[in-house]
Design a protein around this ligand. Sequence first.
Ligand code: PAF
Length: 285
Amino acid sequence: MIVANNRELLRETVQAWRNAQLKIGFVPTMGNLHAGHLALVKEAQQHCDKVIVSIFVNPTQFGPSEDFDRYPRTEQQDCQLLKACHTDLVYLPTELELYPTGRTTKTQILPAYADILCGIHRPGHFSGVAQVVIKLFNLVQPDVAVFGQKDYQQLTMLRQMTQELNFPIEIIAAPTVREEDGLALSSRNQYLTKQQREVAPCLYQTLTDVRDRLLSAKLNFATVIEEASNLLEEKGFKVEYLELRDSTDLSIVSSAQKEVTLLVAAYLGKTRLIDNLSFTLNNEI
Ligand code: PAF
């Protein structure tokens, strides 16, 4: 595995692969890798000849009171995991390389979908994600980029952005990897106390319960969601949102027979968890 600490080695390697007509896949990450990230690498490997993973904890997507400083940094362990699953190149940029003129750029990026769901509760977050992904796309110039469905709003926003900005990059979504009890894998799960970890799977359980109730009977969807949200609060979650949205454009669902996604964000103590579940709605709501 090539370890590129700078863009020169990255570009040189990518150029050589391009000259050899190889298809290049890219998995951007913030490190602290778990099985969910490795599944993204495996997905990329199925579509590409060479796979590049970047590790960079991007400061511009964290709010001032968020966990940027304590976000787990485990670069050595990450590199070992990536090597073991046959990643071809890991790119470890410095902040100066990605933000050569400083964090506050004069080019404003206001991506679509930034003012709903997580965007309401994390102002500036999607702008920061879009900014760093554009930079990484420009530096890596992959044919394919893989993102997890776990961050459903991020995935939707990045698909739109890639299309709008004419990046010649195919975006591929990889399914969420879960613990046996249903909890979606996330680097933030390690912040949970033992007791919070026991409660955490209720989040996914709630999504499947709401789906099953909506599919089994002609119920008022707002009522079902409100009840589910109250139940989560009773279990100790502080719910930011639990919403049913159109799977393609995240618009509010208004008619039957739709591909929909149920999205949730909730705090357990100081830890913010998100999850989602997509399904086809087959009855009037
Ligand atoms: O999903 C993430 O880990 C990050 O938001 C990403 C896409 C690597 C950008 O920093």
